[in-house]
Design a protein around this ligand. Sequence first.
Ligand code: HEC
Length: 133
Amino acid sequence: MIRCVLLVTALLPVTLVAVDARQAATKTTNSGVFTAAQAERGKKAFSEKCTTCHDPSRFSGEAFHESWDGKALKELWDVASGTMPEDNPASLKPQEYADIIAYFLQLNEYPTGDADLPPGASPMAAIKVEKKK
Ligand code: HEC
């Protein structure tokens, strides 16, 4: 990362400003962190694996914001991928959990972006849940 910044400094000061800004800002759920296609997959996985106990409304609107606002997506990831489905925890593929979280973001009308939300605690830790802009 440092090497990359140095290279950009040497060659393209204008680009550096853009890269720097992106790195400084913590990504949020308003940054376009999932795709519509991913949310579609997540909707299917959710309806197959989660709706025996949960209605989607459990993860949208006030219920969603009350639980997760101001927290990193990692906290939601840890609960979902570590403890759910309650009767068979961690039984889905990591990708399926990421897809389901993308579906939750879509339920809350966050903007989509160019790339899928990647599975894993570390990418999820870089994204903060905030109110929709
Ligand atoms: C056998 C029932 C059951 C199934 C199936 C199930 N859950 Fe849960 N889940 C619960 C219970 C009970 C709670 C705790 C009460 C609550 O928060 O609604 C919970 C809570 C959660 C929470 C925390 C909600 C919050 O705001 O704190 C998340 C996230 C979650 N479940 C995701 C999932 C996902 C994703 C699936 C499917 C992969 C799933 N659950 C399947 C029973 C279940």
